[in-house]
Design a protein around this ligand. Structure first.
Ligand code: SF4
Length: 210
């Protein structure tokens, strides 16, 4: 467990280190919801490569809800798991149209009722679609947070709760982005570059790579 004062110092140091921005490209809530579902088990860059064509052909929930699955599969193939993802995004579009009158819901519970949307995806939509403080926990956030000492568990829900407890609410969204950047550039899964880590003095990881 990291106390609030230490947490503030960690976040401030990471803010100085990284200029962060939302990794998925989107212009509206429709595009965000679809990009988030496509981002499962692949990189955001990979998703950003296929979405321009997908959104050109299917510009909103209404057109995507009418799409043929095999056509959608062809466009999103390179993101992996494309059979399921195609089914999910077409079904998601249909659910938004028919159950939510074409409007993306603003609660985590409702978002998690959408096909292909789990807790992490719902948190991404809350954070970037509505500006509602949330902490989406992906593999980088989980690894970095547990190494620093936010939680003993690597379970996403435990990490999310621990970070919410220790980090001030106004920093939740940026904290998750900072941990992603830190995980990608310094706190690597196999060989973290601890010797050049700006938060090494706060990190409780026992196997630092020095
Ligand atoms: S000291 Fe090492 S393990 Fe800890 S956060 Fe920095 S890079 Fe990661």
């Amino acid at each position: 467990m990291i106390d609030k004062a230490t947490s503030k110092k960690i976040i401030n140091r990471l803010k100085k280190q990284y200029q962060v921005s939302a990794p998925l490209h989107f212009n509206n809530l429709y595009q965000l919801c679809i990009a988030v579902v496509l981002s499962a088990q692949t990189t955001d860059n990979q998703v950003n490569r296929v979405t321009p064509l997908l959104f050109k052909k299917y510009p909103d929930f209404y057109t995507l809800a009418q799409a043929h699955i095999d056509d959608v599969e062809e466009i999103i193939k390179s993101t992996g798991f494309y059979h399921n993802k195609a089914k999910h995004i077409v079904a998601l579009a249909g659910t938004i149209v028919h159950t939510f009158n074409g409007v993306v819901p603003e609660t985590r519970e409702e978002l998690m009722s959408l096909p292909g949307v789990g807790r992490k995806s719902a948190n991404v939509i809350l954070a970037f679609g509505f500006g509602i403080p949330a902490i989406p926990v992906d593999t980088h956030v989980s690894r970095v947070a547990s190494r620093i000492g936010y939680a003993n568990s690597r379970k996403p829900i435990a990490i999310e709760m621990a970070m919410m407890e220790s980090i001030r609410k106004s920093d939740w969204i940026i904290a998750h982005l900072l941990f992603i950047y830190h995980g990608r550039t310094i706190c690597h899964a196999r060989k973290p570059a601890c010797s050049r880590c700006p938060i090494i003095s706060y990190c409780h990881f026992e196997n630092k790579n020095l």
